[in-house]
Design a protein around this ligand. Structure first.
Ligand code: URA
Length: 486
């Protein structure tokens, strides 16, 4: 029996070296005992074997010593190995050496996806990928000191090094550390540094920013949409101790039935007819002349009956912000609260947008916030007014008002929040998830359009996905703010 000592639990390079040596010495898997030294390796080992994985359908396990032939394995095996070896199962090294041995000695194995060793490896790799994904979704940084942020996370597997480059790219401007019981990683703005695992007591305590996040979470928690089983699938209970918002789930869930009942019992927010209350006293521009001011535009949209939705709304909701703003952010249509207030983005979606702008240090009153459709379209469900997406014909009928608004405000660039805005601004169907995050130069007036998600789309995501999507959305907004990239 040969004992092989690896430097640490995620020592993929060491495994690769030793596996090659054993294979060339014709040592069968049953004659090898894999062990991991107590000491963990330092330095980053992510991107393991990546060069081979990318290069071809088959890969050399490594350069062979003179006289020995190189070991060639399918490229997919290399990738699989990089994932399986991060699993915490103590048998992972033996499994992968056995598979490697069998790939070399049993050519038919490549065509047998139901082979028990292959199935087990696939299962371990899937668990590692899931752990990587959960870490990305559930790491919560807390500020410590001036500009450092620290998070505590408990991964199931040895994924910290493999996942660190993701956090480095995502939070490149920030100095941060992620502490875990297995391994810690720190980003100092220039390089990643790895340390041995830490104890939970080193993790920082609740901060003021987090209290704000909790208040916000409490406000967006919709008792009528509570689905505990689905929530637990997306956000398994074992992550809850490290998620500040999880402490709110039990009390909010306990009160959900009563709150839903109250919502159903509550009287509907009464829509008021704008024509009756004469909110706007400015006369619309004479027929045939475009509005010459934003007040004229507001009066004209209020009087508009080019589609049926205006008749049911309280009032038209035009944009808000300084004329001459460099960025016009365009949403879909006012919601219930906007309809009553006569201002865009004041309801839950607006609060999320406000939070994002605040996090980016981008004052809301520097941008012009508008909507593609100017009236609230809804459906009465009992006494409640439920948002309905405007149809294409309604959006088309309304598009003239946004065009006038753009003419009056003269923004340098346009930011489409969601598909309705993107379709109105670009005159074509837009798949937001595919086309988001870049400038599109398609408008006749030459204004570049940046497409990203609508905040309501983020609010509708399951809890486990919202945080990561919110991060990507912040990246989008940050990118479109720096309009010199246009
Ligand atoms: N959603 C929008 O698209 N616009 C608003 O003003 C509010 C919610």
């Amino acid at each position: 029996m040969q004992a092989v000592l690896l430097a640490g639990p995620a020592d993929v390079d060491g495994f690769r070296r030793e596996a090659r040596r054993l294979l060339q010495a014709q040592v069968p898997p049953v004659a090898v005992r894999w062990q991991v030294a107590g000491a963990t390796p330092t330095g980053e080992t992510a991107g393991l074997w990546a060069d081979e994985a990318e290069s071809a359908a088959t890969s050399s396990l490594d350069a062979a010593p003179a006289g020995a032939s190189a070991v060639r394995v399918p490229a997919a095996f290399v990738e699989l190995c990089g994932q399986v070896l991060l699993h915490s199962d103590p048998g992972r090294f033996a499994l992968m050496y056995r598979l490697l041995w069998r790939l070399v000695h049993e050519p038919a194995l490549r065509h047998d996806p139901l082979d028990p060793d292959r199935l087990q490896a696939a299962e371990l790799a899937a668990a590692v990928r899931r752990d990587i994904h959960k870490m990305r979704a559930f790491v919560r940084f807390r500020p410590v000191g001036d500009d450092r942020h620290v998070a505590w996370f408990e991964p199931d597997h040895h994924i910290v090094e493999a996942n660190a480059p993701f956090f480095m790219r995502r939070f490149a401007q920030m100095r941060w550390a992620i502490l875990t019981p297995r391994r810690c990683v720190e980003w100092d703005g220039n390089a990643l540094h790895f340390q041995p695992g830490a104890d939970r007591s080193s993790a920082p305590q609740v901060d003021a920013g987090e209290r704000l996040w909790l208040t916000y979470y409490e406000h967006i928690f919709n008792p009528a949409r509570l689905k505990i089983a689905m929530m637990e699938r997306e956000m398994p209970r074992r992550y809850w101790p490290n998620l500040p918002e999880a402490a709110l789930i039990a009390p909010l869930a306990a009160a959900a039935a009563a709150r839903t009942g109250q919502m159903i019992e509550a009287p509907a927010t009464p829509p008021r007819s704008v024509r009756a209350i004469q909110l706007h006293r400015v006369a619309p521009a004479p027929a045939g002349r475009p509005p010459a001011t934003l007040d004229e535009l507001r009066a004209a949209t209020n009087a508009c009956n080019a589609c049926p939705i205006g008749a049911l709304a309280t009032q038209a909701v035009c944009g808000e912000g300084p004329a001459g703003a460099s960025h016009m952010l365009v949403g879909e249509q006012p919601g219930d609260q906007e309809d009553l207030a006569g201002r865009p983005f004041v309801g839950p979606a607006g609060q999320l947008l406000d939070r994002a702008l605040a996090e980016l240090g981008w004052p809301r009153d520097e941008v012009y916030l508008a909507n593609a459709v100017k009236h609230f379209k809804y459906e009465l469900r009992g006494k409640r007014r439920l948002h309905k997406t405007a149809g294409q014909r309604e959006a088309q009928a309304c598009a003239q008002w946004l065009t006038h608004e753009i003419e009056l405000v003269q923004p340098r660039v346009l930011v489409a929040l969601g598909a309705t805005a993107a379709r109105t601004l670009l005159g074509r169907q837009v798949a937001v998830t595919r086309e988001r995050g870049r400038w599109l130069h398609e408008r006749a007036d030459g204004r570049p359009v940046f497409v990203t998600w609508h905040p309501s789309a983020l609010l509708r995501l399951p809890d486990g996905e919202r945080q990561a999507a919110y991060g990507a959305w912040l990246d989008d907004l940050a990118a479109c703010r720096s309009a010199e990239t246009v």
